[in-house]
Ligand binder design. Structure first.
Ligand code: DX5
Ligand code: ZN
Length: 220
């Protein structure tokens, strides 16, 4: 299965968002990852639907919205209306995850489910068919530029095995500390969609070089 790259605009230069998104497009990025943080579930505060709407005007790439917020069900409609193509919610924030995933699907977006580093993925077993993407967090969510947590590799393998067991074809995404060194082990462990902030927008050679270096690391 081919690998997809999803640059996270958390590390983009927001004063030049249009320029940065266009550079992602020309460099062959597959999606744009938007990190929504509320200062409650995670310590940081970032973007709301307004930024999703702005991105929608700039790019044709699918918008992959990662909700790091409490009570995400209250905001699903607003994010879909703003242009979210996929919405990923945290298992830790959803006491009624089955209903929340169904709601995302009913609104016309692709549902995703994500797990903090220490949260077991076993709950997926009872949600077959309800999600199109599983995001394994390889850092504690809240900030860009953190170090990849090595135990995420075992968790990726466990997730891949579990998805096979339940007959799910959902894509496994990984987010946090993905760079030219960590991307290949994450691929080998089962990840197929790679969120990257620092490695794309912080690359010394620019955005195009950042995306190219991730792809090169995958074929080595
Ligand atoms: C972390 C966010 C990530 C972050 C990744 O809470 O979910 O998407 O932007 O940033 P890097 O690639 O710098 O670790
Ligand atoms: Zn994210």
């Amino acid at each position: 299965m081919p690998a997809t790259i999803s640059p996270s605009i958390l590390s983009a230069n927001l004063a030049y968002l249009e320029r940065d998104l266009r550079a992602c497009e020309s460099a062959g990025a597959d999606k744009i990852h938007i990190d929504v943080m509320d200062g409650r579930f995670v310590p940081n505060i970032t973007f709301g639907p307004v930024i999703v709407k702005t991105c929608k005007k700039i790019t044709r790439l699918p918008l992959d919205v990662h909700l790091m917020i409490v009570e995400p069900e209250k905001h699903l409609e607003a994010f879909v209306e703003a242009g979210a193509d996929a919405i990923t919610v945290h298992y830790e924030t959803c006491p009624h995850i089955h209903r929340t995933l169904q709601r995302i699907r009913d609104l016309g977006a692709a549902p995703g489910i994500t797990f903090n580093p220490a949260t077991p993925v076993e709950g997926l077993r009872y949600l077959a068919g309800m999600f199109d993407l599983v995001l394994i967090m390889s850092v504690n969510p809240g900030f860009g530029g953190q170090k990849f947590i090595p135990s995420a590799l075992a968790k990726l393998r466990d997730t891949q095995r579990l998805l096979q067991e339940i007959g799910s074809e959902a894509v496994i995404q990984v987010d946090g500390g993905i760079d030219a060194r960590t991307i290949a082990p994450a691929y080998a462990a089962g990840a197929r969609d790679f969120v990257a902030g620092t490695a794309v927008f912080g690359h010394a050679g620019g955005i195009g070089a950042g995306i190219a270096s991730l792809r090169e690391a995958l074929v080595k």
